[in-house]
Design a protein around this ligand. Sequence first.
Ligand SMILES: [Zn+2]
Ligand SMILES: [Zn+2]
Length: 220
Amino acid sequence: MKTKFKNLLVQYKGGGYDGCFWEWNYFLFDSEGKFHDIGSSGYKAITKRDKAIELLNTDAESRYGGREYYKYGLKNKADLEEFAFETAPTTVGPIISAVNKAMNDEVMFWECESCGEKSFDNEYGPFHTGYHGNGGIGVEMEGLLCGDCYSSQICGHCGEYVGDFDDSNAEWADRESIVEEMELNPEQAKALEQEDERCGPYCKYCMESHAESLKKESVG
Ligand SMILES: [Zn+2]
Ligand SMILES: [Zn+2]
């Protein structure tokens, strides 16, 4: 039985509040082989060193298919990439932050999808850029953005995340075409422009409804 582990992050099936439900939990052996519980929940949580060692001496392959646990060597680049791939975006920031704190070193980081800046904690993000259903229970966030990119990519009016300006699917307002399509007079167009400069950038929907109200105001 192997009892010494170092620089090792382990993701395992923890949780289990109602006996038929689990979620990924995490523990860590630091550079001196000290055990740290860095994210556990439910009755299957591993909070003690001996339980952690017991788990690591069992087969990682599940009899039901898939894995019972994943081991990530903190000195191994491929392992750290696998961690990012296997981990839900909402979990990435807190786990990375907890690992770096426990290791007292910047061993892990996450990268902003937009500017590529590296972060070693979850103080300023990651912010999440989207949602998808996860098959019934709950919603998982997608995308990782730093605080600067996130705040520059939200609508100045409704605060919704819109996206990268270079992304043609992002629904940013195109002021000139809105002025044209909605047949604003020069005065209304000027008011819209001022509003855009003051509060922008605007999403398409907010600017359209703003243009609508400018038209109503000048009619009424
Ligand atoms: Zn960024
Ligand atoms: Zn908006």
